[in-house]
Design a protein around this ligand. Sequence first.
Ligand SMILES: [Zn+2]
Length: 420
Amino acid sequence: MAVWDDLVGQDRVVEQLTAAARDADAYVTAAASGASGDEGSRAGTPESPGPSGPSGLSGSAMTHAWLFTGPPGSGLATAARAFAAALQCVSPDRALGGAPGCGFCDGCHTALIGTHADVEVVRTNQLSIGADVTRDLVRRTQLSPSGGRWQVVLLEEIDRLTESAANVLLKAVEEPAPRTVWLLCAPSADDVLPTIRSRCRHLVLRTPPVDAVADMLIRRDGIEPDVAVAAARTTQGHIDRARRLATDARARTRRAAVLALPTRMEDIGDALRAAQQLVDAAGEDAKEAVEEVDARETEEMRAALGASEGGRLPRGTAGVMKDLEKRQKSRATRAQRDSLDLALLDLTAFYRDVLVRQLGSQVAIANEDVRDAVERIAASTRPEQTLRRMEAVLECRRAIERNVAPLLAVEAMAVALRAG
Ligand SMILES: [Zn+2]
């Protein structure tokens, strides 16, 4: 199994990354054998890609900073992680002309499971990433990679960098350490400072085809074919959501709660109760998601601070615990918003299906399992109403992103949906 196997429907991106990993490997090999200098002080050998510029990589398929963009669920982090693994691949097959990224060797394996010493993955579950965290990362990239290959830093959501953090990152990608590789992910190029963007090689992932997602759920996760196909179709090529819907009962509950909204519009009390149920479902979902990790984190921190058996913390450590609590709270808020946002995406997909029916389009509807409700609403309302309702859902997502209390935002949406 090669490192790219979890990427679905991204052949062009895989091609480019494979070429980059090959050149990166040739560069490391040449440097290790002394055929060329690591710092770009000597001319490169003909078969090695560099060093010629300050980075030592000019003219190569490899470079120091990469930007991965693509729609949510297209596999940005999966692509970046696979590339990180390929850069650390130490398979003996490489010497026989095999591309790096075997998926089996120690380098590939540890990079993929997240224990490689030279691969740092920043997966935020906070609302934003601050300058201090970013500065720590940059400091880390100044160290030589312990494995002698590349120091890889993967930031899964650079759209969550604060402005000052983005400026710290900009300096780092402008003057990268010789063996550092930055892998940056964001939903779209617009979410990234133009100055950072221009320093990166940009890869664009596409929404994977529904068939390819279903195939992956069957092949990799062992999901029953009919369940896999339904989940892939419902989530419209969003890999993570498809997998969750196919494997997680809570995801199915939340989806049922949100799809009850359009069908419970008769009386306003009913609509508001549906809103409350949706927010509760998202809250439950979020709570379960963070509870375990919070408890473990708190315990580890207490142990690290030397809490006594009876639970008393040493003097002067209260601030650290407060800080931890603050981070955990921010994570819980984020988890609830994310869960709610996923539910609202389901609602958008529902109204898109309504619109498809109203416009007599030949496109297949996504929500086969609620086809009756789709048909009924399509027949009893007009396309303009459907468009206004989709706008109301979007407005609700925006409001939640702006920090409006979730229940208020969802209630306002329920009222707007009802007004149609
Ligand atoms: Zn390998």
